[in-house]
Write a new protein. Structure first.
Length: 277
């Protein structure tokens, strides 16, 4: 089933603007949910689609635009999440949760996100995810929807994200030349060999915009041996040094040497150069 569904906001971070709009301007513009995108991890690279394997997670990021800001820069709103199956039946609903954030840089926009984790036993099929946002100051309400596809349970790469640290605590939102980041992923649905130990090899390859690999050989890694028998996911992290600007694609592959199965996934990143003075 859907093991974890949370609705959170990023506090104290907004897009810059010089002044807050008047109430008359708010009425004209109204509340809107903009810059909607699904990402690999919080603030991470954008996903190519909303197809999820059991054990995977989805971050749906967006901006709440046109929200009313008080003189101290505070905003108050609520978010509700509904999840329906292909028959239109609601299989999960998280009731409205009040949130508070700050527009410290002015303006009338705050970023927010919904996080959805797919349980390992979630039935395959299409689902409709709906997020409802209400500005508690103005009473205005808006919603957005996404169609999700859950694949049958199998060997798969899941929960891929890019962070600033090897422990995967701090998400990397912007990629700049000279920066070092970590690419994290996990694999589920693996088999176990003699002694009930999994035998999985991970590979990471980076390609230029033209498709040419940046290195002659892929970077490889294996999880530690003698893992707990009840472990359902194998994590792996790769260091990635951003030594030059450009558009790149990160390709990940996992090979289960017990079952012979392979799993692959990829995502794009844009590395920015040094700002000109």
């Amino acid at each position: 089933m859907w093991t974890t569904i949370t609705l959170l906001t990023i506090l104290g971070v907004t897009f810059p603007a010089f002044s807050s709009p008047s109430r008359e301007e708010e009425k004209v513009r109204g509340l809107a949910l903009t810059h909607v995108r699904s990402t690999h991890g919080l603030l991470g690279p954008e996903r190519r689609n909303e197809t999820l394997a059991p054990g995977d997670s989805l971050f749906l990021c967006f901006d709440i635009d046109g929200i009313r800001v008080d003189p101290e820069g505070k905003v108050r709103y609520s978010m509700t999440l509904e999840l329906s199956n292909a028959a239109g039946n609601v299989v999960f609903r998280q009731e409205a949760k009040e949130q508070e954030a700050r527009a410290s840089l002015g303006g009338a926009s705050v970023p927010a996100y919904a996080h959805l984790s797919v349980g390992l036993d979630t039935p395959a099929g299409d689902y409709q995810m709906k997020v409802i946002v209400k500005d508690l100051a103005s009473g205005q309400e808006q919603s957005l929807s996404r169609t999700l596809k859950v694949l049958p349970k199998d060997f798969a790469l899941v929960r891929t994200t890019v962070t600033l640290d090897p422990e995967a605590h701090y998400p990397a939102a912007v990629f700049a030349c000279g920066q070092g980041v970590w690419v994290h992923t996990s694999v589920v649905g693996f088999a176990r060999g003699p002694g009930k130990n999994p035998d999985v090899v991970f590979e990471m390859r980076v390609r230029e915009e033209s498709g040419k690999p940046t290195l002659a050989k892929a970077v490889t890694g294996t999880p530690p041996k003698d893992l707990p028998a009840n472990l359902s996911g194998l994590p792996m992290g790769f260091p990635l040094t951003l030594n030059r600007p450009g558009k790149f694609t990160i390709e990940l592959q996992a090979t289960d040497r017990v079952s012979g199965k392979k799993a692959t996934m990829s995502f794009p990143i844009v590395v920015q150069g040094a700002a000109e003075k």
